[in-house]
Design a protein around this ligand. Sequence first.
Ligand SMILES: Cc1ncc(COP(=O)(O)O)c(C=O)c1O
Length: 456
Amino acid sequence: MSVERLDKEETIDLRKKHIGPSCKIFFSHDPIKIVQAKGQYMYDERGQRYLDCINNVAHVGHCHPDVVKAGAQQMELLNTNSRFLHDNLVLYAQRLQATLPEKLSVCYFVNSGSEANDLALRLARQYTGHRDIITLENAYHGHVSSLIDISPYKFHQLSDAEQNPFVHVAPSPDVYRGKYRASHPDPATAYADEVKDIIDKVQKKGGKIAAFIAESLQSCGGQVIPPVGYFQQVAEHVHKAGGVFIADEVQVGFGRVGTNFWAFQLQGEDFVPDIVTMGKPIGNGHPMSCVVTTKEVAEGFMSSGMDYFNTFGGNPVSCAIGLAVLDVIVKEDLQGNALRVGRYLCNLLQKQKEKHALVGDVRGCGLFVGVELVRDRLKLTPATAEAQEVIYKLKEDHILLSADGPHRNVLKFKPPMCFTTEDADLVVEKIHIILTDYSRSCLKKSVNPLEFVAFK
Ligand SMILES: Cc1ncc(COP(=O)(O)O)c(C=O)c1O
């Protein structure tokens, strides 16, 4: 069977004609057509292999045979909705629960990270009877209207008048570039106090806090790792105000951080959110997601008297796939691999920081790693153009990486969890060559490399 049905040019033409222009494509001037993938590799229509350093959806590896088989076998038997009894639904809920603290015991299955976060907001508002939401600067929580409202990553493009008055933005707990940095004696308390100030202001105006929502590690926001103790203190302030804590694990859950299965656990065992949302890696590419919460919140939601029904959420095929993903994580020790390879990758990148002034910061937990490029290590001037250039040059070397954060200057690693030390060696060596060429071309033109924007 041919894996390509159209010439690349025809694919491009049809896409231009029929697909909404706001659906952006990677490398728009020379897009990549991917027709096959396996493990941490993707293949274009000519069979060219690309190393995938960014796809956290293909968590256990692209097209993992165990996951594909589990889905296909269940599809041959039955797929229907959760209004019928089915073992896959309850067995999956039980398995998922076993990875979480005990009090997070009730699941709602949905189909995307956006649906999960939208439902989390409904749960929080129904349970608390409050309306106001606190979100973090640069956060992204999904594409539906309720989530654009709480996603400064998107809504900063809107005018003040278009922003939701019930949404309040707290500073990103970024100890590299944020308001309180690593040199601060207690950045966790300082950032949590900012949340408390917001709560006080909201309450003075007669508002009531329903929830604080944050990714356990900010992804689109620039691979930000909050200081330990921040979530505990925020949760205390939010609970005092009668609100709940929602941890968005859509990007970072399922063992990616290496030391723990859930990224919120990096804050310590004494921290348990009231609601956790999951997505992307949960189905290894199959569209499924989940909201897990406490019995109390679930009962509060029930008290509205309104049934919750979701046509596809928790169907037997999705649950079979979810079970297979959990099995593969254990069978192949992918959490352990994330820890080992993540540490190896971070060490290699730290060495790049010693060699290249452009590398301002290297931060990571497991296979969630950020490299922030700056033109000035004191002023932290974002090296945005340089980051884009690194991404484009890596593409020429058939390596897929992306840059994100509010200044698009943070190189973002979140590869499939089967990523190896050899893969890490390859991508870091290429980055080294690119940054060395950059310094040389600056020297040739007798300019300070940190003031020279274009590579060519
Ligand atoms: C942190 C986070 N939450 C939620 C979402 C929304 O997930 P989906 O695109 O599956 O709706 C995303 C998507 O990128 C995300 O990064």
